[in-house]
Design a protein around this ligand. Structure first.
Ligand code: TYC
Length: 114
């Protein structure tokens, strides 16, 4: 009981103690790599067929899934194409945006923390 515990630290720097060394404390709960939603946004100009092609090409959806997601976005304004680790999600967004630009469509795609 009492005394100066290692985790006290209340008098740090007042008595000449040198608290040096390597921090060895580990997290009790290691963090999972964070996941990001790739969101597709609606607009009035991009053809429905183009959005379906994008969902098939970059998100490996079949025609039925792609059509369902496209119609959801068309009706609600936004929809989830998939959930990925940050680097993969970012790559997908760039691929979709580049492909839309090359085809002169204003289609927008973005990331959001899951
Ligand atoms: N709203 C578009 C149209 O009527 C279709 C569309 C759907 C566009 C989904 C973008 O992410 C989108 N042609």
């Amino acid at each position: 009981m009492g005394g100066e515990g290692e985790d006290g630290g209340g008098d740090r720097g007042t008595d000449g103690d040198q608290e040096v060394g390597i921090a060895t404390k580990t997290r009790a709960k290691p963090k999972k790599p964070s996941q990001f939603k790739v969101l597709m946004l609606n607009d009035d100009y991009t053809p429905m067929e183009f959005v379906v092609m994008v969902l098939k090409r970059f998100f490996n959806m079949d025609l039925e899934q792609a059509t369902r997601v496209m119609l959801h976005v068309h009706q609600k304004g936004v929809g989830v194409c998939g959930i990925f680790p940050y680097e993969i999600a970012e790559t997908k967004v760039n691929q979709v945006m580049d492909f839309a630009r090359q085809n002169q469509h204003p289609l927008q795609c973005t990331l959001e923390k899951a």
